[in-house]
Design a protein around this ligand. Structure first.
Ligand code: GLN
Length: 477
């Protein structure tokens, strides 16, 4: 049997080309892991029926000498990505039974590159959450410790790779939803520059924050997936033409900025801080420069995020009204139908954000909340740009702790514990820069080695820096 858990995309590709195994055999090994583990982990909401047909077609192509970057590679997509003719529910009851009528640009890019789309992965409802527990279809469990969460919102996209149910996957990251689950499951997760990957065909959460990004076992695999999906798309007006993006090559020595006050924050687990410093020291010993950076507005990023994101959420989710898509709960009048459908179809966190967002956008409060947050966003963006004049990347831990236990954050009735888990990740989305999470080691928690990630941000379209520094972490950990 092929050892999927230790197989990278790069290796699998070489072995497929050499004929060591066929694409259909590779898929069977993946399907066997899914059959064994998905019942407990709840990572896949559905394994697509046509996956075997795709793999057989890849067998024929490989035999005929064809090549493509992902030919025969089994990958998963998040449940908020459209794939024509297949179900997509964004982890919500309101979209139960909804079938995509088009394919997302990023998913099409995978298909065009020869990937086998294995299935759709579980997620927090409409990508709102940090643990994967807000899915209407049940929480995803962490394959490394079933008492713990896999991280969210792209919980399933992380867990499928960690359990050997795919070699890579796509998630979406609006405020950390790729990096947090990557940190909790020992994977590499990339949040590309805003405008690098098309949002067309991705169910919108907060349109000025959302980006699609890959989950993989290694930085080089992440680079490969990114190179497939990073193409400009005229269907997304925020998608930047490839030839208008600054070119950045990875370097061998980096100037690493560290916002010291912020990473000394007590809200971050002391062992996580210690590991982070240990890795910085190793990097310094290798000749990289560690430079303190001042980002005075950083502590306000979370507040800014939780004003602006609900505002965009309340607007984007207005379309789920029981008339156009999915579930419909009829009432006496049209207004009753809207109310019934949204009350029954949306879960608690989604309703909370819609209410919050509607409030901050309402006439009397718009200036006090929405406009104020937009101004602070601008200030934070300027500070980050200023910091990048002196450093190549900015380093922080990826998450405040290793994977929390099921219920640890979600049982707080105010929702605040869940929100505070995002303090380290929301900045990259708020200012639009790319960020990566790379495993930096493990911490012992009740006898289990739980992974934790190191995070780097880089200037706009400098993903190459992230791959370069990420490989350094892989070599030093
Ligand atoms: N946890 C954050 C939130 O709930 C991030 C979600 C995301 O990136 N989709 O908003």
């Amino acid at each position: 049997m092929i050892d999927i858990k230790n197989l990278t995309i790069i290796d699998a590709r070489a072995k497929l080309m050499k004929g060591e195994f066929k694409a259909s055999e590779l898929l069977e090994a993946v399907l066997a892991n899914i059959a064994e583990k998905n019942g407990e982990v709840n990572a896949y909401l559905e394994v697509f029926e046509d996956a075997r047909t795709q793999a057989k077609a890849a067998d024929v192509l490989i035999e005929s000498g064809a090549t493509a970057p992902l030919l025969g590679i089994p990958v998963a997509i998040k449940d908020n990505m459209l794939y024509e003719g297949h179900l997509a529910t964004a982890g919500s009851k309101i979209l139960e039974g909804y079938k995509s009528t088009m394919t997302a640009h990023a998913v099409q890019a995978l298909v065009n590159a020869g990937a086998i789309i294995v299935g759709r992965a579980n997620m927090d409802e409409f990508a709102m959450g940090s643990t994967g527990e807000n899915s209407a279809y049940g929480a995803t469990k962490n394959p490394l410790d079933l008492n713990r969460v896999a991280g969210g919102s792209s919980s399933g996209s992380a867990a499928v790779v960690a359990m050997g149910g795919a070699l890579g996957s796509l998630g979406t990251d609006t405020g950390g939803s790729v990096r947090t689950p990557a940190s909790h499951t020992g994977l590499v997760g990339l949040k590309p520059t805003y405008g690098a990957v098309s949002r067309s065909g991705i169910m919108a959460m907060a349109s000025s924050f959302d980006q699609v990004g890959p989950f993989t076992k290694t930085v080089t695999d992440a680079e490969l997936l990114y190179s497939v999906i990073d193409k400009q798309d005229p269907e997304d007006m925020t998608s930047v033409p490839n030839d208008a993006r600054p070119t950045a090559w990875a370097k061998s020595h980096f100037k690493i900025g560290v916002p010291e006050d912020f990473v000394n924050n007590e809200g971050i687990d002391a062992d996580v801080r210690a590991k982070f410093k240990e890795m910085l020291a190793k990097m310094e010993a290798k000749g990289h420069k560690i430079i303190p950076v001042s980002l005075p507005t950083l502590p306000a990023a979370l507040a800014v995020y939780y004003v602006l994101v609900p505002a965009e959420v309340s607007s984007n989710l207005a379309r789920y009204d029981g008339v156009r898509y999915g579930v419909r709960v009829p009432g006496e009048t049209l207004l009753d139908t809207y109310k019934n459908t949204r009350a029954e179809g949306f879960g608690e966190e989604v309703r909370r954000r819609v209410l919050l967002g509607t409030y901050v956008l309402s006439a009397g409060y718009y200036d006090a909340y929405y406009n104020k947050a937009a101004l602070v966003r601008r200030k934070l963006t300027d500070e980050v740009a200023e910091a990048f004049k002196g450093v190549d990347v900015i380093a922080m831990p990826s998450a405040v702790s290793p994977a929390p236990k099921i219920g640890e954050l979600s049982e707080d009735p105010t929702g605040m514990k869940m929100y505070l888990a995002d303090i380290l990740t929301v900045t990259a989305n708020t200012v639009g820069v790319p960020a990566i999470s790379v495993p930096m080691g493990t911490l012992d928690r009740e006898g289990k080695d739980l992974p934790i990630g190191m995070q780097f941000m880089a200037p706009h379209f400098h993903e190459q820096y992230l791959f370069g520094i990420g490989r350094e972490v892989e070599a030093l950990r």
